[in-house]
Each structure stands twice: as C-alpha cells, then as structure tokens.
Design a protein around this ligand. Sequence first.
Ligand SMILES: Cc1cc2nc3c(=O)[nH]c(=O)nc-3n(C[C@H](O)[C@H](O)[C@H](O)COP(=O)(O)OP(=O)(O)OC[C@H]3O[C@@H](n4cnc5c(N)ncnc54)[C@H](O)[C@@H]3O)c2cc1C
Length: 326
Amino acid sequence: MRVLVIGAGIAGLSAARCLLKQGVARDDLRVVDKGRGVGGRMASRRMDTPAGQARFDHGAQFFTTRSDRFSSTVASAVEGGAVVEWTKGFGDADGFPRWRGSEGMTSLCKWLAADAGIVPELGTRILDLGDELAARPVDAVIHTAPVPQALATMAFGGLLPDIELAQQLSGIHYKPTIAVMVAPAVAPIGLADHGGSQHNDDPNHPDLAFVTDNQAKGISPIPAVTIHLSNATSAELWSSPDEVVLERALTAAATHLGPAADRNGLHGVQIQRWRYAGPVECWPEPTVVWGSAPVIALAGEAFAGPKVEGAFLSGWAAAEAVLASA
Ligand SMILES: Cc1cc2nc3c(=O)[nH]c(=O)nc-3n(C[C@H](O)[C@H](O)[C@H](O)COP(=O)(O)OP(=O)(O)OC[C@H]3O[C@@H](n4cnc5c(N)ncnc54)[C@H](O)[C@@H]3O)c2cc1C
C-alpha cells in the first residue's frame, strides 16, 4: 500500500510509525510537511539576543499521558533522552507527570521520526491534493492539517466526502491563541521553581492561558518567557498591532515576571498568532475515513482530544483505519 501522510506533527508521525509497524514498506510511505522542521504545533524556536541565544516553546507547553499506547511510546522517548518530566502539576501538585521535550517540545517529534527511520519531506506544502495525486498516485492519504486547511486542499480535486459529511466537518471550528515571546534582561521572579503558570478560565487572570519561564523549565540558557494569551483575549487582539499585544501581555503577566516585565529591559520580542490553537469541539471518533482509490483519512487533535496525546492517538487510529480498508 502506498500512503501519503500530510503533516509531520505528532499525529502524522504517529500515523507513519503505525504504518511502518504494520508492514507498509518504507519506500511506499511518504510524509510531507510545509514547515522547516517536524513538530507542527509542538513548536520550539530560538531568538538571538545580545545576551545569547534564548529558546522558547511557543505552541504546546507540556503533555500528559493517560493511554497505554502513548505512555509506552513516551517511556521509550524518555529512555532515548528526548522527553523529561517537567513537573507534577502547576498549582497544587496532583501527582501526574507533565512531560516536556528535553530540548523543547519538538524533541519528541524529532525522536518519533528518527526512532522509526522516518525522513519527512520538509518545506513541501500540498496546495491541491488532486494535482499532487495526479503527479504521484497513492492508495491512501492521511491528512493531519487542521480540518479547514485539510478540506481546502481537496476542494478542487473532487476528493471531498459526500455533502453531509463535508458539512459536518466544516462545522469543526478552532480557537485562536496569541503567543508572546520575550527575552528579558533579568529572570522572572514571580513564578514557581518549575517556571510554569497555568490559567484556565482564571477570573484573576482573564487575559492569560499560560506563562512559562523557559529557562526555569530547562530549555533556555538565558531568560526567555512565553506568554499565551487566553482564547478570548487572543480573539479580541487578533488584528491588533504587535505593540498593543505586547503591552497587554506584559501587563497581564506583571505579577509573574516582576522587573522582567519592564519593556525597556527586553532583549527581544516575537509574537506568534496561532489561528488553529485547538478545536472548539472534538469530532466523536478518532478519525474519519472516506473514499477509495485513494482512501482518505483525517487525523489530528480535532478527532481524539484537543491535546498532544489525542493527536497521537488519532494519527494511529487513522493509520489502522486506512490499513483495514485495503
Ligand atoms: C498555543 C498552543 C498551546 C498548546 N498547549 C498544549 C499543551 O500545553 N498541552 C497539550 O497537550 N496540547 C497543547 N496544544 C495542542 C497541541 O499542540 C496539539 O493538539 C497537537 O500538537 C496537534 O498535533 P497535530 O499533529 O494534530 O497537528 P499539527 O501539530 O498542527 O501538525 C500538522 C502539520 O501539518 C502540516 N501541514 C498543514 N497543512 C499542510 C499542507 N497543506 N501541506 C503540508 N503540510 C501541512 C503543518 O505544518 C503541521 O506541521 C497547544 C496548541 C497551541 C497552538
């Protein structure tokens, strides 16, 4: 079976690992990603500053493990040095590990690829899936982009599902998150030792979703703070100038940062707007499959839970469904 996997985030890499494990030949598997690296929304980046190179996680901050399948994979990644425990909770520790990549969240995805010998074609964006399949036919496609983006690649090639399913899939909407990354001259003083502060619908911090001191987290050699604005504030500020977003983020996180929130003491600032930070509601099944020659499966966090683990399990489920359809 020849399979095209679109996306080298955790869902795509999970799907690719399942396909290889179940006997798909390496030469019959193609994994493509439009990005310069693997990981997708498990994203890390560097920032050169006068004080040195800062490093940030600016998408997912951590992940949890509940299922046997993901737990055993993460245990292997821990053995391989790609994943470490960050903390057992951000408020009152609840005993459940919050995992992080050893050098940033992309570490897990890099390991998932390397461990299975998967070499994604990076910088390869599928614009029109119909054109792509005409040039390089396959028996199955597993598409792991956010659902609106995945459907857009199929619009012109006659590859969309029947109208009812297409309409249902079009009803999957996403929440935005703005990530503000700052490299302050001094380390923050208002965060716990582990460096993370989680705010889910927190009335005391309505503008915030998460604040991370990436140095305390263990991935940056110099002070580097990621401020995730809440979904509501991200939506409100989506089209605002960066200056406005920065001001709001620093004000919101002032008690977390102390003197590190001083605008004049910042060595660098970057802002990332995540249009598809997470689905408003998840699809009830871990994947959705239609068609034949090729079979098409959608996978990703919209299908098995809006988190890293859900995306991993969805990718695996899509691969199994595609194989079962052969
Ligand atoms: C700001 C933020 C904070 C988050 N925090 C957490 C957290 O703390 N814990 C947690 O568990 N989860 C968190 N999440 C959610 C988590 O990051 C996602 O659930 C998970 O990473 C999604 O993985 P995925 O493989 O489904 O999608 P993605 O990671 O988005 O992977 C899809 C890949 O497809 C590629 N792609 C898309 N379109 C095309 C195309 N046309 N051609 C080629 N390639 C394409 C993209 O480049 C991308 O690499 C967060 C997400 C965001 C944005």
